[in-house]
Design a protein around this ligand. Structure first.
Ligand code: MRU
Length: 352
């Protein structure tokens, strides 16, 4: 992705989002002027990817503070908590969303004794900080993850865990970008990622913009490619990593992890500390978002199944920790057993 193209930003009292539903063919910005528009943009996948929705939600909270007519801190805090509840409900699996809104509300509570004006400016600064920190974390993930890519450099990835899913640079795509920038041979196999096609539409586009060689495959081709020796490692992002190392990520990730295990291939998960949730002990407790069956029965707005067919649409699955080779974070690599390493990364980044 070119440096100029941003995923989430603040401009003239608006939360601005590149419309990821229209990419790669149309580049348009959605300007959210109200909290309800930010919430709808998160739910409707204008902005998607766990860290990016966290950043958008943080700006959504700042927007509420900027627009509030409250002159006292206490009613403003109540408005912010209501906004937090609304935003958190939009996408339940990605913990970065609730992490970002909780951080924003906590900051507002800290600033409350100084009054409403301080809350307003402080929250905007905090949202900017969340965005800037996410970008820095992605670059650090790239530095730690690049050496893991085997010499032949054939990496398979799923969904879009690139710059569009973050403040920039990406998580799963970060080691790939860094290795490529180091002059290493890289070729990325991109799963199309049914049903929303984040791989076919977004990851292909980002890699193409960066000049990184790629081949698009359907999700069902992954096993064939591994069996033929066309894959050296798999790197995916995450929406939530719980205390034992179980990982929620885009539907289809679990199947890839099983395939990687069957073919004795390393399976890496790249994620910032904001994706770690030590409050849940294992993956069975992770809420899995169910999305509309229309996203399965339709392709690019066209009905592809007979009218009336019911389609399942769990948007995420959980990969058990024993199928994960290592977790790549901004603070380094975590190897099994994951619990101690996750606790240490979460604690050192203030994520308890
Ligand atoms: O439904 P999406 O497109 O928001 O799902 C995105 C993913 O599953 C990503 O892999 C994950 O959020 C990590 S993004 C850095």
């Amino acid at each position: 992705m070119s440096q100029e193209l941003r995923t989430v930003w603040w401009e003239a009292e608006h939360v601005c989002l590149i419309d990821q539903r229209r990419l790669p063919h149309v580049q348009v910005t959605v300007y959210c002027t109200q909290l309800s528009e930010v919430a709808a943009a998160i739910k409707g996948m204008v902005v998607r990817g766990a860290p990016a929705i966290g950043c958008a939600a943080a700006y959504g909270i700042a927007l509420v503070a900027a627009q509030s007519s409250s002159t006292d801190a206490s009613p403003l805090l109540a408005e912010l908590v209501a906004a937090q509840r609304l935003l958190d409900a939009q996408r339940p699996t990605a913990v970065n969303l609730a992490w970002a809104t909780a951080r924003m509300v906590a900051r507002a509570q800290e600033l409350a004794p100084q009054g409403v004006a301080s809350i307003r400016t402080g929250l905007l600064d905090e949202a900017h900080a969340i965005l800037a920190e996410d970008l820095a974390m992605c670059h650090a993930i790239g530095d730690y993850g690049a050496p893991l890519i085997p010499a032949r450099g054939r990496v398979l990835t799923h969904c879009n865990a690139g710059g569009l899913a973050t403040a920039g640079y990406g998580t799963a795509l970060a080691p790939i970008r860094t290795a490529f920038a180091q002059g290493r041979p890289i070729h990325v196999l991109v799963d199309e990622t049914r049903p929303f096609l984040q791989g076919a539409r977004l990851t292909t586009w980002e890699l193409q913009q960066a000049g990184i060689p790629l081949t698009l495959i359907t999700d069902s081709m992954a096993g064939y490619m591994m069996q033929r020796g066309a894959v050296d490692c798999i790197i995916v992002g995450a929406d939530r990593i719980v205390a034992n190392g179980d990982v929620a990520n885009k539907i289809g990730t679990y199947s890839l992890a099983v395939l990687a295990h069957a073919h004795d291939l390393p399976f890496y998960v790249a994620a910032p500390s904001s994706t770690i949730d030590l409050g849940l002990s294992d993956g069975s407790q992770i809420p899995i978002e169910e999305r509309s069956s229309d996203e399965v029965t339709h392709l690019a707005g066209q009905l592809i199944a007979p009218p009336g067919v019911l389609a399942a649409h769990p948007a995420f699955d959980v990969t058990p920790y024993h199928l994960v080779t290592a977790i790549i974070t901004e603070r380094g690599l975590i190897y099994p057993p994951f619990d101690d390493g996750l606790r240490s990364v979460a604690t050192s980044s203030g994520r308890t």
